[in-house]
Ligand binder design. Structure first.
Ligand SMILES: *Cc1c(COP(=O)(O)O)cnc(C)c1O
Length: 670
């Protein structure tokens, strides 16, 4: 054992930050058991043990509210979540108040659902005790900090956080080098550890970082901003760092990996790195070591890197392989990373049943490789405290839901249990109270129907659909007394349409000034996982209105159902395969086997369907909210119970087991 201990201690570069020695010592790693890391690392360095490396451009780990590492001394102010503003139709409140934050900022190396999925995957893998290593990038400036602005929609600011003082992050001595054109770029390696819920297993996450003085002013910025797409050069080098750098990092740290899982095409150059020194006849065998998850049917989600730019980034052999595997019949000028990943991997998965059908239509030559494995969420991260307590109280009826979320199905046994129903309603009200209190300057009311839309402001998600016809929305609000709407979401800085959507939302909110007795609409700045968790558990209904079939899966609604929050949604992604009594489904549905046009947004028709469905939803809610008697017999309570039961399937424990059966073939344990 002592040998292993030295192994970990030798890996970390303690000279960079004096507080590291206080936080990583003989038995503790930032307050967590060090021995668990040593044992797991020992197992992961055993050449006989089959292991997987999981590559992702982003990881959303939410350490502010799940498995929070403990650090000696005070929090580095750069690592605190920023206070943020609200843009509402109560402009004077917005002017005088911010939402005050006193928590750790969530490790800023993700942008949205893709990253949160990757983070939740690592957590479930840790809980299941599987031998896997994560590979990602340490984004020195994060994604970006968003400020709402009525003239521009959003303003983009840099996140200046301090990785050396971020609890749980450790810089390593080991460095690797990759070539960018004729230059050498040195990458520092970091480790972060994702502990299992019971702290008996861990998944190491290796993060690559080019922020070293010796790299010069440009190259040291390669790992500054996640999805920097200023030019094709930036896009190309970021992908080379992840794919090529990732493989080199695994080797340098002594991990002899059996299978490489590419979470999205961003990491596809990992295959090129592995294939470099192989003869053509060996390539087929190498493909057996690669598996790929495709996350989107949307055009903008597929990287196409121009060959003219790749020439400045890849060497001759790398370019040859990228061209061979990554250019289709139509475009020889660009390397398509989706195609490269599809060709490199012997198996690929789409992220829902609907998405499987769509992917097979989009890539007919790859039908045999493709399977659908529906996304999930890590239930222990996303369950709110009051709901967890309720499930614990009923553990006899439900079962060991923490270790086995499939047991959540058993809440259906409680549909006739009035005491359970009362407690479920009360738990929801505790969550709602917390949300209202958090946003107290805006005087939201606990008994008023509250709905939220929060996610990346991408066009196909139709961010401003609920605000399309304000007269109609206002008349619905009036007919029920009052309505509260909460909105949030960032647009990628280069996404003009998404940014325009935010501007449009803010403009519409502004035009509702003076109407706050009937409707309160709040846009929360700088959406992240912390805000996400407050919303998915605290509102009455979760709104999801992508244009079908372009939402591959969607996961925020899964977080809501786990907390008993019903869905108001178009039929797309995971929703299309869920049981129907978890809310109301509305809007356009494409004919079977057709994809349609992603720019034909069908706003007017679907806004009208949305308003009809919203009225129905409020009527159902009011029945439940009217008093104990009607509440207990209401359809609403029944719906809340069915939501929780569906969470038995839509979680990453089930998903990781599916991945394992589909491609990984890993055995748990040391
Ligand atoms: C869960 C989550 C998402 C994913 O939202 P979708 O429903 O998939 O659009 C995006 N951003 C954050 C911060 C999340 O927590």
């Amino acid at each position: 054992m002592s040998e292993n201990k030295n192994f970990l201690m030798d890996e970390i570069d303690f000279s960079l930050e004096k507080t590291l020695e206080e936080n990583i010592n003989a038995d503790k790693y930032f307050g967590f058991p060090l021995q668990v890391i040593l044992d797991t690392e020992n197992m992961l360095h055993n050449p006989k043990k089959k292991k997987v490396a999981y590559f992702s451009m982003e990881f959303g780990l939410s350490p502010s509210f799940y498995n929070t590492f403990i650090s000696q001394g005070s929090m580095d102010q750069h690592n605190k979540k920023r206070d943020f503003a609200v843009f509402s139709n109560m402009r004077s409140m917005d002017y005088f108040h911010m939402v005050r934050m006193d928590t750790l900022v969530d490790l800023p190396i993700y942008s949205g659902g893709l990253g949160v999925l990757a983070g939740d995957t690592l957590k479930s893998v840790a809980d299941l005790g599987l031998p896997l290593i994560g590979v990602g990038i340490l984004w020195n400036k994060g994604y970006f900090l968003q400020r709402a602005c009525i003239y521009l929609g959003q303003e983009v600011e840099e996140i200046n956080w301090n990785p050396l003082r971020y609890p749980g992050l450790a810089p390593l001595r080991e460095r690797i080098e990759i070539a960018i054109g004729t230059e050498r770029v040195v990458l520092r390696l970091w480790k972060y550890y994702v502990f299992s819920h019971d702290r008996t297993h861990v998944v190491p996450l290796i993060l690559l970082d080019s922020n070293l003085e010796e790299n010069g002013v440009i190259n040291r910025k390669i790992t500054d901003r996640l999805y920097n797409s200023k030019t094709d050069w930036w896009k190309s080098v970021q992908r080379k760092v992840l794919g090529v750098g990732g493989i080199k990092a695994l080797k340098a740290l002594g991990y002899d990996v059996d299978l490489f899982h590419l979470n999205e095409g961003h990491a596809a150059l990992a295959f090129v790195e592995m294939a470099k020194d192989l003869t053509a006849d060996k390539l087929e065998a190498l493909k057996k070591q690669f598996v790929y998850t495709c996350h989107t049917p949307v055009e903008a989600g597929h990287d196409r890197l121009p060959v003219s730019e790749l020439k400045n980034v890849l060497d001759e052999r790398e370019l040859e392989l990228a061209l061979k595997l990554g250019t289709g019949d139509y475009d020889k000028q660009r390397v398509n990373l989706t195609l490269l990943a599809l060709n490199a991997a012997h198996k690929a998965n789409a992220v829902s049943e609907r998405h499987e059908q769509v992917t097979k239509i989009q890539f007919p030559d790859y039908v045999k490789k493709i399977e659908g494995i529906t996304n999930g969420i890590h239930h222990l991260t996303w369950v709110s405290e009051p709901m967890a307590q309720l499930f614990d109280q009923y553990v006899k009826e439900i079962g060991p839901w923490r270790s086995d979320p499939t047991t959540l199905k058993n809440v259906l046994k409680l549909t006739e249990d009035n005491q359970f129903k009362q407690k479920l309603w009360d738990a929801h009200m505790v969550n709602k109270h917390r949300l209202v209190k958090w946003l107290s300057p805006w005087l939201l009311k606990e008994h008023v129907f509250t709905i939220a839309w929060a996610r990346r402001a991408a066009s196909y998600k139709r961010p401003e659909l609920i605000l399309y016809d304000l007269d109609k929305l206002l008349s619905i609000a009036k007919s029920y007394g009052c309505l509260q709407v909460i909105l949030a979401g960032k647009a990628h800085p280069k996404d003009k349409a998404g940014t325009h959507s935010i501007r449009n939302m803010l403009g519409k909110i502004d035009s509702l000034v003076g109407k706050q007795d009937n409707i309160k609409v709040l846009y929360l700045e700088d959406y992240d996982t912390y805000v996400g968790k407050m919303l998915v558990s605290g509102v009455d209904v979760w709104l999801n209105n992508p244009l079908p079939p372009f939402e591959a899966s969607g996961t925020s609604g899964m977080k809501a159902i786990l907390n008993g929050v019903p869905q108001l949604s178009t039929s797309d992604g995971w929703i299309a395969e869920a049981h129907q009594n978890i809310g109301i489904i509305f809007g356009y549905a494409p004919p079977e086997g057709e994809i349609g046009c992603e720019n034909d947004f069908r706003i007017q028709e679907d806004a009208n369907s949305l308003y009809r469905a919203l009225s129905q939803m409020i009527a159902l809610y009011q029945e439940a909210a009217a008093g104990q008697e009607t509440m207990l017999s209401s359809q609403w309570l029944n719906m809340m119970i069915h939501c929780i039961a569906e969470a038995a399937f839509f979680n990453t424990h089930r998903m990781a087991k599916d991945y394992n059966a589909f491609a990984w073939g890993l055995k748990p344990g040391k």
